[in-house]
Unconditional design. Structure first.
Length: 455
């Protein structure tokens, strides 16, 4: 068998694996607005024999639909009047990874273009690539890590659906935060996930229990911005698929119940052309001027970008005092009550954004953090002092409390429009307002329980 680099075969190695019969299925995938992988499974021989550049096509509604894949009017990108034509998915062969939980399968992440070869601006991967290019103009490379929490249930996905997602049984019946015994209860599942992701080219760091019943986290080593976003997306897909194969289910939704939500803490730092840390310097706390300005930009503009950090109706249910999810837009040294927690020293100095939940689209969230930070650098913003104490009670700017509020802020933000362009902002504002309207039209279980008899 042809060898490959830790689950990351090159294009040449992939060709050899196909010729040797080791790989017979190639998934070509894009990321949609919701952060999900969409695309096609192709016969590997056909892929290389018939598709010279590997480009496949898919319906444009993949970037203009809601979570139910319902076609939505009002997008400039596509419509019934325009016939919902195809977009081109152009494989990035440097992103190829093995998919060990399926036989003889690899996945290749694709960039989205028109069939004429023009990049599609609202594609999440293109949005992040544009911010990466802004960093490169300054000679910087972004490094990030995303920490995803999820809740595991003994019910299958089919059983959960039939039960209306009520009365489900979590795999742990008590708080197993850092508990070795608690994680041992489902080590067969967690171990399979870890080993599968390692075979897919991810560097696994650790697994730990979390606070909510059945809640766990698998951590991976940092990487560059697009690489980590690809990895994040594949991990979410793989964890769900492996859970289904094992006869259980898991969810990354931001707030499943009234206990602790699922977070996605994002760590980010910058390096220069010599691979030296950009955030470390001789200012107070070992900060550089750039880090102070970048962090100040995050504090100044996170409300504007919160729609990309917390993209769903449910996302805003996490922001509760005393829940380890932030409510105050403050920064602090190793302070988990702040929206931005600064950790590490010297080369490892970085910030942790604690705003996103497990439902976040990593490409959009990381792009938002870069855009907000760079605005702080460009404006030479001054960083205020670190907050000390319980930020939940602080008098400060707050994280928006609803998707509707966040959408209005994003829509009206000159910083967002300068960073992303009107086409991108208008596209995602429209998608968010469609979601808000759908929620406002729904009648919930909460309303029935409160009002059926007693009102």
């Amino acid at each position: 068998m042809t060898t490959h680099n830790s689950g990351r075969p090159s294009r040449e190695e992939l060709v050899a694996l196909v010729e040797e019969g080791e790989i017979d299925t190639i998934i070509v995938a894009i990321t949609d607005m919701q952060g999900r992988l969409q695309g096609k499974r192709l016969d590997a021989s056909y892929f290389f024999d018939e598709l010279a550049d590997g480009v496949v096509e898919g319906c444009s509604y993949l970037l203009a639909s809601d979570v139910d894949m319902r076609t939505v009017d009002g997008f400039a990108l596509t419509s019934w009047e325009r016939g919902y034509g195809d977009l081109a998915f152009k494989p990035d062969f440097s992103s190829t990874r093995l998919v060990p939980w399926h036989d003889k399968t690899v996945i290749i992440f694709a960039d989205v273009e028109t069939v004429e070869g023009v990049p599609v601006a609202p594609s999440p991967r293109q949005i992040l690539l544009a911010q990466v290019a802004r960093l490169e103009e300054r000679g910087w490379t972004g490094i990030t890590g995303t920490e995803l929490e999820f809740i595991v249930f003994e019910d299958t996905y089919e059983q959960a659906w039939e039960a209306g997602y009520r009365d489900m049984t979590p795999v742990n019946q008590y708080n197993v935060d850092y508990s070795i015994q608690g994680t041992s209860r489902i080590e067969p599942l967690l171990g399979r996930i870890r080993r599968s992701m390692r075979s897919a080219g991810m560097v696994v760091e650790s697994v730990k229990g979390e606070c909510n019943f059945g809640q766990h986290e698998v951590a991976f080593k940092y990487d560059t911005l697009v690489e980590k976003s690809d990895e994040h997306s594949l991990f979410k897909l793989g964890a769900k698929e492996i859970a289904a194969q094992e006869g259980v289910s898991l969810t990354f939704m931001a707030k499943y119940d009234q206990r602790e939500g699922n977070s996605c803490h994002i760590h980010l730092s910058l390096r220069d052309k010599d691979n030296q840390p950009v955030f470390a310097g001789d200012r107070d706390h070992g900060f550089s001027d750039v880090f102070e300005q970048f962090l100040a930009g995050l504090l100044a503009h996170s409300r504007d970008f919160s729609m990309l950090l917390a993209p769903n109706i449910n996302s805003y249910k996490r922001f509760v005092a005393g829940s380890f999810a932030p409510t105050a837009l403050l920064w602090g040294h190793d302070n988990r009550t702040c929206a931005f927690r600064v950790v590490g020293h010297g080369p490892s100095l970085r910030f942790e954004c604690r705003i996103p939940g497990g439902d976040v689209n990593p490409y959009l969230a990381i792009a938002a953090l870069v855009a907000a930070g760079l605005q702080g650098v460009d404006d030479n913003l001054e960083l205020g002092p670190a907050f000390v104490g319980n930020a939940y009670g602080a008098d400060s700017a707050r994280v928006p409390t609803t998707l509707a509020e966040a959408t209005d802020l994003f829509d009206q933000s000159l910083v967002a429009r300068a960073a992303f362009g009107d086409e991108v902002v208008d596209h995602y504002v429209h998608a968010a307002r469609v979601e808000v309207d759908a929620f406002n039209a729904a009648v919930t279980d909460w309303e029935r329980y409160r009002g059926f008899e007693r009102l």
